[in-house]
Design a protein around this ligand. Structure first.
Ligand code: HEC
Length: 452
């Protein structure tokens, strides 16, 4: 479809400049307006001017052998990600060292980008998740960035930002993406969060009035976790290396952004290793037991000791959850096993879920849209869950006929029949009435809840 789309674009200009802008510019969810005390100039502005090719050489830290020194690799990745960004408070458009970009179409829906920082809502913490006996649940919000290698793939996908093309999606080696995760928990709840970098965010934008009291709309969030993923061919089974840091006040540094402890690294799912046995594609710093895990409700960070962060779902792990990135999502799993299993079923879980997925391969190649009975082939999304989420959000916006979809055509990727008509959507349906009928058959809101 990519070649064909390029040809059509040259000959007939299939999309107007106005529509192009309307599908690029809304950087945050405008439905909730500007918070009191702030003005339009305070709004988050995404960087979506994706380059056609990487704007820098391969990141130097990738030369480090992560199997022999995982901490050096992870630290190198963090230094690379933070360089030039810390000084501009992660307003990446101002970074003069290196180009970083945001993912498109993360703004709509209840969990879409908030006004001040462009954070999106993730799964809230569960009781006892962060600390034994900590009953309260805390909201989690985050923002992700891609370097110019990754953005060169976005350039292809979003060539028409109103009609994404995910055929043949593959990130080039050298793609680095990182994510800052913030929690509403404070050092009173979690002592290791003392002096953590704190951002104000419009997270209470839809909170209801309780007993006549209006909750604060703009609230402080503390940095909890920094996630990094690298497209690296040295990860021979999956093509990706995942690593994470947790903020920790006992790390000695004058710079609060550098008070980060490496938690672990993963470059595969250890698809045959039963719980309790040594892993060879996942390392976790076990000195963090007692602080991040090691109590009945959180015995480990990821399933069977696989690498994961404190904010993440313990039935899953970084590599396995991201390996499910596809569109439509897997109808069997979504992105993680929905229930814990008994020891007798452990081997089946490894076979079903903890498989190593190569870049360009779909986790669940034949799937279904939500509440549909029609089987469709899935597009693999090469471990990018922001793309998965962006596609669900753009389809939901089109279903609601949010502008510009009050006038713009329904995106081809949202139309079930397109998956059956021609492989890779070489000739998408053009009958708008039919497309809309197809779009309306899917329960897009079912895709909305933050899943991590
Ligand atoms: C149970 C699922 C799940 C687990 C486990 C998980 N993530 Fe993610 N991750 C997501 C989702 C969903 C998104 C995109 C949504 C968003 O950013 O709001 C995401 C986004 C990201 C991004 C931004 C790039 C992208 O994929 O769009 C990075 C980098 C990342 N995660 C790294 C990690 C690391 C490192 C770990 C382990 C410490 C991890 N993730 C564990 C679900 C998960």
């Amino acid at each position: 479809m990519r070649v064909l789309a390029a040809l059509i674009a040259i000959s007939t200009a299939t999309f107007s400049g106005a529509a192009f802008a309307a599908c690029t510019v809304p950087s945050y969810n405008m439905f909730y307006g500007t918070p009191d005390g702030y003005s339009a100039t305070d709004a988050f502005v995404g960087k979506f001017d994706y380059p056609a090719a990487p704007t820098e050489p391969l990141p130097a830290f990738m030369a480090i052998d992560f199997t022999s020194d995982w901490k050096a690799y992870l630290q190198g990745a963090l230094d690379y990600a933070f360089e030039g960004n810390e000084a501009v408070d992660f307003d990446v458009a101002q970074n003069s060292t290196r180009d970083w970009y945001h993912a498109l179409w993360m703004h709509p829906d209840a969990s879409g980008r908030e006004f001040l920082r462009g954070l999106t809502q993730e799964r809230a913490s569960r009781p006892d998740q962060y600390k034994d006996g900590l009953a309260k649940e805390f909201q989690t919000w985050a923002i992700g960035f891609y370097n110019s290698f990754g953005a060169s793939e976005f350039h292809e996908i979003w060539a028409n930002p109103c009609d994404p093309d995910v055929s043949g999606l593959l990130f080039p080696v050298g793609t680095v993406t990182f994510k800052l995760l913030f929690t509403e928990a404070t050092s009173t709840d979690l002592p290791y969060l003392a002096n953590a970098p704190s951002w104000m965010a419009h997270i209470g934008r839809s909170d209801p009035v309780v007993d006549g009291v209006q909750p604060e709309r703009v609230r402080a969030m503390q940095l909890l976790q920094v996630d990094i993923a690298v497209r690296d061919d040295d990860a021979t089974e999956t093509g990706w290396v995942f690593g994470t840091f947790v903020y920790s006040n006992d790390v000695v540094s004058a710079d609060p952004w550098r008070k980060l402890k490496p938690v672990g690294l993963s470059w595969g799912n250890d698809p045959t290793v039963l719980p309790g046995n040594p892993l060879s594609e996942n390392v976790t710093d076990l000195t963090l037991a007692g602080t991040l895990f090691g109590w009945p409700e959180r015995l480990e960070l990821g399933w069977g000791g696989r690498m994961n962060g404190p904010a993440d779902n313990l039935l899953s792990s970084c590599t396995s959850c991201h390996g499910t990135a596809q569109f439509p999502r897997s109808d069997d799993f979504g992105n993680f096993p929905r229930l814990a299993v008994a020891p007798a079923n452990y081997s089946q879980r490894l076979l079903d879920y903890f498989r190593n997925i190569a870049p360009g391969v779909a986790f669940d190649p034949i799937t279904k849209f939500r509440n549909s009975s029609v089987e469709v082939p899935a597009f693999p999304l090469d471990y990018s869950l922001q793309i998965q989420s962006g596609l669900e959000r753009i389809c939901n916006a089109a279903r609601r006929t949010d502008p510009p979809f009050d006038t713009e055509p329904v995106p081809a990727v949202c139309v079930e029949a397109n998956y059956l008509a021609t492989p890779m959507m070489a000739e998408p349906i053009t009958d708008e009435a039919l497309k809309r009928q197809e779009l309306n058959r899917i329960d897009w809101d079912q895709y909305e809840p933050p899943i991590r």
